[in-house]
Ligand binder design. Structure first.
Ligand code: URP
Ligand code: ZN
Ligand code: ZN
Length: 480
């Protein structure tokens, strides 16, 4: 069993910063404290002048996702390796069954793909249709496969979109199981109609994408999803909030005591919709993702959402498509595969634009990049913590290490980087995944297949106590 002693760093958790050493035995953290001594044969890592953080958790990725007539270019090995290079040691990806497909079959397929992962992973499972079988399989996934979150797409009409009836059925079943519902919020019917209108006006390029998915389309769905969850009494987690409208819907509900969580993507915090006006079609197409990049005034609101605790997590929605794949929509923006990358860059971008600007503290950085996701999805303190007994997923974070993000040097399997040219000071110097050094001296040392599936039990204490407390509120109309 290998032993590693990390010496001389400042250990940062979501609660505190303190000078302490960290002793790792095998795959676990054995001790945290001042002046620990190294047992014989231990490897010593000098963290002097650096922070020692819980490995990042990206709660929203799509490795090798079959989507819009193609497949995302990043696979579970390349994607989790790129993640490690940036300090992220766990991902939560998505199983997305087609309408009519068995959830269990789809889960088995994704688990097979993920066997090549280098770091640990888990899955949200999407509910894209409804039947007795779906209801039964949700139970099997929750009780036997460690799935405690079910995803619902309110967009992508004609493909994986849920209507309200599916939402209601699925939310009721999730409540019974003690699982959390996650939501992609855009009104898919309105998007479909707007896409036709925009295209029929002769707008065929990437600028048609944001025009057909304005913020109010997201705000409407966010509010509707939240209100359905309120009626049913189930916690919800809204993925990739990109605009003031969805933040307002979340804030309103949270202030009323509802259990609602909100995620924001690192890219929505720092990139605006001017990218769609780039004269180079290829560049603009690489920014086509949903929800789209927004006018700049949405960014400070999203930062305030994070600062105030109304939004709790940061993710990337890492879903990479190379130029020939984006070119499927050369004549029609509706056919450009939706998705952007960033799993390698999220932590650096959040440090550069969050911590270095003074918007967030190092502890808030840890909460927003790791601990809050671990708590919401019930893998804390196995993940997201630096304490004895936790998995040794650790980053030695050098606040003085500078890197200019570029497609030329990134480890992601995609021929474009949406953060191209961004200089970030504060980067992962060493990344440790379950006790193994997987990134150091600018070199990846990941092993194909070393990642393990993370089991996530239902009834997360983090929100279950709040849910019980809220049950004391006035009864709500449906099925209470
Ligand atoms: O554009 C995106 N976000 N692609 C991936 C699928 C999704 O909506 O999360
Ligand atoms: Zn989405
Ligand atoms: Zn997504």
């Amino acid at each position: 069993m290998s032993t590693i002693l990390i010496k001389g760093g400042t250990v940062v958790t979501a609660e505190s910063e303190r000078r302490a050493d960290v002793l790792i035995t095998g795959e676990k953290i054995a001790a945290v404290g001042p002046d620990l001594t190294a047992p014989d044969g231990a490897r010593i890592l000098d963290a002097g002048g650096a922070y020692v953080l819980p490995g990042g958790i990206d709660p929203h990725t799509h490795m090798e996702l079959p989507f819009m007539g193609t497949k995302a270019s990043e696979d579970f090995f390349t994607g989790t390796s790129a993640a490690a290079a940036g300090g992220t040691t766990s991902i939560i990806d998505f199983v997305i069954p087609g309408p009519g497909q068995s959830l269990l079959d789809a889960h088995a397929t994704w688990m097979g793909w993920a066997e090549k992962a280098a770091c640990d992973y888990s899955f949200h499972v999407a509910v894209t249709w409804w039947s007795e079988q779906v209801s039964h399989e949700m139970g099997v996934l929750a009780e036997q496969h460690g799935i405690n979150s079910f995803k619902h797409f309110m967009a992508y009409k004609g493909a994986i979109m849920c209507d309200d009836e599916v939402l209601i059925n699925s939310f009721m079943r999730a409540r019974e199981l003690g699982a959390i519902c996650t939501l992609h919020c855009e009104n898919g019917d309105l998007v479909y109609r707007l896409q036709e209108e925009v295209f029929n006006k002769g707008i065929t390029g990437p600028e048609g994408h944001p025009a057909s998915r304005p913020p109010w389309v997201e705000g409407e769905a966010a509010n509707r999803g939240i209100r359905i969850a309120e009626a049913i009494g189930t916690p919800v987690y809204l993925v990739h909030n990109s605009c003031i409208q969805s933040l307002e819907a979340i804030t309103r509900a949270r202030l009323e005591g509802q259990i609602v969580f909100g995620e924001v993507l690192a890219q929505h915090l720092v990139i605006d919709d001017s990218v769609y006006r780039d004269p180079d079609w290829r560049t603009a197409a690489h920014y086509v993702m949903s929800p789209p990049f927004r006018p700049p005034e949405h960014q400070p609101a999203l930062w305030r959402g994070l600062q105030s605790g109304m939004l709790q997590t940061t993710a990337t929605d890492h879903c990479c498509f190379c130029t020939p794949q984006k070119a499927m929509g050369r004549e029609d923006f509706r056919k450009i595969p939706n998705g952007t990358g960033g799993v390698e860059d999220r932590m650096s971008v959040m440090w550069e634009h969050g911590v270095r600007t003074g918007r967030i503290s190092p502890s808030e950085f840890v909460a927003l990049t790791s601990t809050n996701a671990a708590r919401i999805f019930n893998i804390y303190p196995q993940k997201g913590a630096i304490e004895p007994g936790a998995d040794a997923d650790i980053v030695i974070w050098d606040p003085n290490l500078t890197r200019t993000i570029s497609v030329e040097t990134h480890h992601q399997n995609v021929d474009f980087n949406i953060f191209e040219g961004m200089e970030c000071t504060g980067n992962a110097a060493v990344t440790i995944s379950r006790g193994m050094v997987v990134w150091e001296n600018g070199e990846l040392k990941t092993e194909r297949g070393r990642g393990r599936a993370i089991h996530r039990p239902c009834w997360a204490p983090y929100w279950e106590t709040q849910r019980k407390r809220n049950a004391l509120r006035e009864p709500t109309p449906v099925a209470r």
